[in-house]
Design a protein around this ligand. Sequence first.
Ligand code: ZN
Length: 447
Amino acid sequence: MKRISLFIISLITISASAQTTIRQDPAIKQMVDEVSSKNIESIVRKLVSFKTRHTLSDTVSKTEGVGAARNWIKAEYERYAAASNGRMKVQFDEFVQPKGNRIDKPTPMKNVLAILKGTDTADKRIYIVSGHYDSRVSDVMDVKSFAPGAVDDASGTAVSMELARVMAKRRFPATIIFMAVVGEEQGLYGSTNVAKRAKAEGWQIDAMLNNDIVGNTYGMETGLKDNRSVRVFSEGVPAVETEKQAAVRNSVGGENDSPARELARYTKEIAERYVEQLDVKLIYRRDRYLRGGDHIPFSQQGFAAIRITEMNEDFNRQHQDIRQENGVDYGDLPDFADYDYIQKVARMNLSTLANLALAPSSPQNVGVITSGLTNKTQLKWDAPKGKAPAGYYVLMRETISPYWEKKFFVTGTTANIGYSKDNYLFAVQAVDAEGHESLPVFPKPVR
Ligand SMILES: [Zn+2]
């Protein structure tokens, strides 16, 4: 069953624009509708046409190999950017990966970034959507064989590209980066380069959505077919924290409220608000069992990052030479991808990114006041930088609940909630008059 909103809204302060209903923003809905499965399919098939996009493959040919693929992606982004009035800039993020694990010689690599500058120059927030455009077959060092990589990960690359096409025409106060990275199959090299550069250059990345393997709706062996569920993986304990932060986390029970986990919950709420027949499954793990992806280098640099992946995987497709064996087809061919499903995942990403980039920034210095013993919960915070919010939601849930259960609207920067901090978890998010919510902030104990 589709989860209609579970939120019960309590109004502590009645505002002029009564925030009593969860509303769709017609402008976001319009963008969601513009995401096209036909465009997505043509992007995936074009990427497959380069025969291989192996990170170490040919860079000279105009029609085959990783060089031709990245040049085409860049040209496509530039075509979309033409509608942005100069606000979208496309660049290669270039680096030389030294010889190492799965890299047989020092190799120049290029990620492709389309950066849609925020319209508010004082707003430093950055939101990233990413897929990896490199592909592989059974042998990870095989640079010659046909490696279509339709689902892994032309599907995720197509999400970044289709969103760039739709969003380039629109105005957002915050910056959005549409990313296609390389080197994932060789060891997350492309995403690692961007994440380190972001840290070194002080980018304020508030959220990174990694789409990897988002186009298959058939579960190998189980035979399950599911075109409405999608998984969101998020770490519970932050990859980076100081000893002091870890001590606070332990003493307040914050192990289920990392920035990545708040982002995952947010994605579920917003995507299900806009996308029909979509069930976002939160998986409380950094990634699939013992596996990894391009969100991890971002987590490791201290940014909130999640992985979005199809519900059931078909391992006869991933990292396989194209062949038939005992009547079974192997290989990641474009005919096995479900383009309506990729469209749904793209819409999920779009609604989340648009709601974030239109929302006010998150409140600052959010704290639970601990100066006196009380069976209520007193919270305080500072207004966010930039656009003033219409108010704030204080979110509340039981400690065993996966999702926020109650939401209190307040217009000031304090709240006194009649439920004990010993028994419930809280967070605070800013909201504007149109109902765009910021990411929720999990409070620290303050006096
Ligand atoms: Zn992949």
